[in-house]
Design a protein around this ligand. Structure first.
Ligand code: AMP
Ligand code: GLY
Length: 424
């Protein structure tokens, strides 16, 4: 079949890499893609949030299956447009993707089915929000309602910080003037990935991300500086509780409301005393979590995504391997703040490339035969092993063969699971 992957990050390179290994894939096209995807697939310049443009492209090159990577095309209704025209597609409708796009919507769905999550209140009036924060006290969490590229959440240590965050939302910093204010939850965070075909929910893996830029989880938040899978804290018992108390009830409620969810559901969980509570839902794979999930699933990822899109999950099983994967993000110096583009990356040709070693590209391009950095997060150095330590050692051995003085990475990815209190 002819398959189109939408997106240009490390997540999409990992999806493309897994898909390409499956003999069902005859032709693979990535839009817009990056230098890593260009090495394994055709790349097409396309405005991926423009449903009409994507549909016209699918008709022109006879695309049989579209895999949507990022949230923006989902929120823009690209999956709806493709499905309405009879194009098979992996990714939820715009209505169902509101589970990511609107925090107030998700909280309301959770409340309707009593799914464990932080207590919350929703405000469209700044003074009422400030009064609520003063009454509750700190720490407290202030969230802009809407897609804010991960920047709309403030975990406020003081009432003053919470009020400042409310003021920023009502000053229009994040588009919509609406806030969700949540109880601060303690525990350990982990990500749970579940395929949903409208009815059946099939878990496909767990991971832990490293959101902060600095060693020991310090400094500003980023899109993610590294990840590993599986997440030891998300034990089988915790996963079963999350399925029974959170995922199945909320997915049943979505179907009951006439907006069945189809695609991958990414549940961010806070786990304390063996009990999961929902932090957030995302309507897509995580980035860099997809890199470790794809490394572990390999070619079956395509079969799973097809079964999901075709509503066949009830008769589908995951072929689990007892393995571990870890990815280290290499980013341009300055990220997540300002950074320079155009620096040259050398040494990638000396990194092994096989089922246990892959460098997934994010912001890269080829220029005059050289590989150049074109974004903040640039490379995802990913390895698989029989243990997490083996995967970690393999990944850092690859990092050490890459010559890119203008880049940096965290040296302590996996510290929580490996028990390393300090960076290597
Ligand atoms: P979100 O975009 O909702 O995932 O929030 C971003 C990050 O803020 C999460 O990954 C958590 O680390 C933190 N966070 C969000 N909500 C809460 C909460 N209610 N309690 C504690 N931490 C939270
Ligand atoms: N790595 C976090 C995310 O994809 O949202």
């Amino acid at each position: 079949m002819n398959i189109l992957v939408l997106g240009s990050g490390g997540r999409e390179h990992a999806l493309a890499w897994a898909i390409m290994q499956n003999p069902k894939c005859d032709r693979l096209i990535c839009a817009p893609g990056n230098a890593g995807m260009a090495a394994i697939a055709e790349c097409a310049a396309l405005d991926i949030s423009d449903g009409s443009a994507v549909l016209a492209f699918c008709e022109e090159v006879s695309v049989d299956f579209v895999v949507i990577g990022p949230e923006a095309p989902l929120a823009a209704g690209v999956a709806d447009r493709l499905r309405a025209a009879g194009v098979l597609c992996f990714g939820p409708s715009a209505q169902a993707a509101r589970l990511e796009a609107s925090k107030a919507f998700t909280k309301e769905i959770c409340a309707a089915v009593n799914a464990p999550t932080a207590a919350y209140a929703h405000f469209t009036d700044a003074e009422a929000a400030r009064a609520h924060v003063r009454a509750q006290g700190a720490p407290i969490v202030v969230k802009a309602d809407g897609l804010a590229a991960g920047k709309g959440v403030v975990v406020a240590a003081t009432v003053d910080a919470a009020e400042a965050a409310i003021d920023a939302v009502f000053a229009g910093d994040f588009g919509r003037a609406e806030v969700v204010i949540e109880e601060f939850m303690t525990g350990e965070e982990a990500s749970f990935f579940v395929l949903v075909d409208g009815e059946t929910c099939l878990p496909i893996g767990t991971a832990q991300d490293h959101k902060r830029v600095g060693a020991g989880d310090t400094g500003p938040n980023t899109g993610g500086m590294g990840a590993y899978s599986p997440a030891p804290v998300l034990t089988d018992a915790v996963a079963a509780a999350a399925m029974d108390q959170i995922i199945r009830p909320t997915m049943a409620e979505m179907a009951r409301r006439g907006m069945p969810y189809s695609g991958v559901l990414y549940a961010g969980l806070m786990i304390a005393d063996g009990q999961p509570r929902l932090v957030e839902y995302n309507a897509r794979f995580g980035d860099p979590e997809a890199q470790v999930l794809m490394m572990r699933l390999g070619a079956q990822a395509l079969d799973l995504m097809l079964a999901c899109a075709e509503g066949r999950l009830a008769e589908t099983a995951v072929n689990w391997a007892d393995d571990h994967a870890l990815t280290v993000v290499m980013a341009a110096q300055g990220y997540p703040g300002d950074y320079a583009k155009g620096s040259i990356i050398r040494g990638l040709e000396d990194c092994p490339e096989d089922s246990a070693h892959m460098v997934f590209h994010a912001g890269t391009a080829r220029s005059g035969g050289m590989l150049v950095a074109t974004g903040g997060r640039v490379l995802n150095v990913t390895a698989r092993g029989a243990s997490l330590r083996e995967a970690r050692d393999r990944a850092y051995a690859m990092v050490d063969t890459i010559a890119w003085p203008e880049g940096f990475c965290r040296r302590d990815i996996g510290w929580r699971a490996l028990g390393d209190a300090v960076a290597r």
